[in-house]
Ligand binder design. Sequence first.
Ligand code: GRG
Length: 296
Amino acid sequence: MNSNSLYFDTIIARVTEKLNTYFDRLSCDNSYPKNVVEAMKYSVLNGGKRVRAILCYEFCKVISGDENAALSSAAALEMIHAFSLIHDDLPCMDDDDFRRGKPSCHKKYGEAIALLAGDALEAYAFEIIADDSLLSCENRIKLIKELGVSVGVLGMIGGQVIDVENVGQEMSTELLEKMYSMKTGALIKAACKMGAICGGASSEQLNFVEKYAENLGFAFQIIDDILDVVGDEKLLGKPIGSDAENNKFTYVTVHGVENSRAVAKKRTENALEMLKSFENAENLIKLTEKLLLREY
Ligand code: GRG
């Protein structure tokens, strides 16, 4: 492990501590429905790379230096991400039995509780931002809007609709890229922008953040597609080949592994170019490079 991954581990530990505080709040009331809270915790606290949380935290730091302001947003992003993974694994979606090396939420708690845990995580994500007294009221509204847009019909949900409606069908490159930018890119973009908003970014800075995130999000999804074909199941914590099994048309289906990797590299270079507008972006540069080479 190099010194840089130790640095990212420190961020992960801070976000995990924050998430635990939020879950403790739910658990201290004896009347709460215990199984749904357990399912929420199971899905959020069971590992994951925490990419969205780190992006949020680091963009806040790069803009202002006070990353404490970004902790509620970082936690909210991980709750929304876990919500999307729970729903994505359900039998009516990808029907995946494993996630992060463990039984997926519906395999452990049943479909009804998994669905409700996902819904409860979504609601809680917005609540914790609205409730964060470290943030100005104006910023709370901006953050809630950013997150809402990324989840909604023009974001993850819209991307998933394109996905499920095109199972077994060839898609134009244009539609495929649109799906990637909505299904995966939207939350990554929200993570970067929310961090920058917490740090008080100007609209000019937000433009660079947005272009960085669009390129990173695209590269991230292509690498995800590649790993589903040539990844190591142990490292991924789930079986490979699920796209092919589910008749999913991906970037790799059209361009093959090597050409897809070249596109991911180009998009990563574009993202790195955008970081040149910021001082002290060394950690973001390292993260961006690391994500291109990731094995899980
Ligand atoms: C419930 C918000 C919501 C939407 C419903 C199911 C769905 C519509 C959208 C699916 C969105 C989705 C799962 C996109 C895939 C994004 C992706 C590449 C996930 C893997 O992210 P990693 O690699 O996972 O960051 P870890 O486990 O490291 O956190």
